[in-house]
Design a binder for this molecule. Structure first.
Ligand SMILES: Nc1ncnc2c1ncn2[C@@H]1O[C@H](COP(=O)(O)OP(=O)(O)OP(=O)(O)O)[C@@H](O)[C@H]1O
Ligand code: NI
Length: 352
């Protein structure tokens, strides 16, 4: 019970398509501790959803092929029989999606659906289930939950529907909530409210959350840890504060530069596009779009994850033993973050 709640180790997910093999996820590792919010970020197509859905095998295997380890509370989920997996998916790990519609049946009242979800997991009398359903509606911030119990999904606004979908996910008292872009379809104010709700749930119940988002603004709101994915590879892995205070990977820095309110926001996003997933480039997957790419970046494997501080790793040669972070950070910034890089050096720029 002392280890992480979820430990993903060297996860690889391959789709065998006519055009060739798509390595959607290629050696991804991270942990989620109890009560922690871990964010997977990256542009569209970077492998966030495939990673999240591989964990509970929502992703059908086959056709997807899964390698590596997914340990949940000490159990390797990749080798469990499908029936056991289904139980875990229903009870201990719950999913919330971008579109709450999928979690709700339009022909039944919200209260009835919640009661069903509760009784599926716990053998409780109808009255107790009803009471719990009302509690859940209150927990997720639906005003006047007793009255709203008898309403149909279409009677709820978009943001309220997502709240109800979260209530449905909580009906089984899960340990881990996997939320894939849960606020993307909502307007900014409602998005904030839903994020605050997730934050409150984590604080109040110790719920762990794996949050998939393309939006670093969302990460800044709620995350504890961030895993930055690009073309199926981890580019950077860091505590949230470290990622925003000292972003290291050129990809992370480019994502941050696209954030509104940074003064350098571009509506265009990062120039260029993700590589062909059936034929990714050698070396660092990001090198064709990277302004700091050197020869070393263009050959071999994705660079290893180099240590940048406590819990902070970056897959970029400029932070390796033969690299110089100043190439990416600019001399002034590099000196501020890493004083010994300041000019007082006898040898060239190769030591670190
Ligand atoms: N069933 C599938 N068959 C073949 N390729 C797939 C399949 N599902 C996903 N992929 C590919 O895997 C890669 C990762 O997709 P994924 O959905 O995980 O991206 P994402 O980061 O979640 O993007 P988005 O922000 O758009 O949701 C993409 O290249 C995608 O085309
Ligand atoms: Ni996705």
């Amino acid at each position: 019970m002392t280890g992480p709640l979820l430990s993903v180790g060297d996860l690889r997910v391959t789709f065998h398509a006519d055009e060739g093999d798509v390595r959607a996820v290629d050696g991804v590792s991270f942990d989620v501790n109890r009560g922690e919010v871990v964010c997977l970020v990256g542009e569209s197509g970077s492998g966030k959803t495939v990673t999240a859905e591989a964990i509970t095998r929502l992703l059908p295997v086959p056709p997807a092929e899964l390698e590596g380890e997914v340990r949940f509370d000490g159990q390797d989920l990749t080798t469990l029989p499908e029936a056991t997996m289904r139980e875990i998916r229903g009870a201990r790990i719950a999913h919330v999606f971008q579109n709450p519609q999928g979690a709700l049946n339009p022909v039944y009242t919200v209260g009835w659906q919640l009661v069903e979800a509760i009784r599926l997991h716990r053998d409780v009398p109808a009255a107790a289930a009803r009471e719990r359903a009302v509690d859940l509606l209150a927990t997720v911030g639906i005003p006047d939950p007793v009255a709203r119990f008898a309403d149909y999904p279409h009677e709820f606004s978009g943001g309220q529907k997502q709240r109800v979908a979260i209530a449905m996910a909580l009906a089984s008292d899960p340990d881990l909530l996997v939320a894939d872009e849960p606020t993307t379809a909502l307007d900014a104010t409602v998005q904030q409210q839903i994020l605050r709700l997730l934050e409150d749930l984590r604080t109040a119940t110790g719920l762990a959350v794996l949050l998939v988002t393309h939006d670093l603004g969302v990460v800044a709101e709620i995350g504890d840890e961030v895993v930055v994915l690009y073309a199926g590879k981890v580019m950077e892995h860091a505590p949230v504060e470290a990622l925003f205070d000292a972003p290291a990977h050129p990809y992370t820095r480019a994502l941050l530069a696209c954030l509104p309110g940074t003064g350098r926001a571009t509506t265009e996003g990062i120039p260029g596009s993700l590589p062909d997933p059936t034929d990714p480039p050698a070396g660092c997957r990001f090198h064709p779009r990277c302004p700091y790419a050197v020869e070393e970046c263009r050959a071999g494997e994705q660079p290893p994850l180099y240590d940048r501080g406590p819990g902070h790793d970056v897959s970029c040669v400029h932070y390796g033993p033969d690299g110089d972070p100043a190439v990416v950070l600019g001399d002034a910034v590099a000196a501020a973050i890493r004083p010994e890089a300041g000019g007082d050096r006898t040898s060239g720029g190769e030591s670190s």
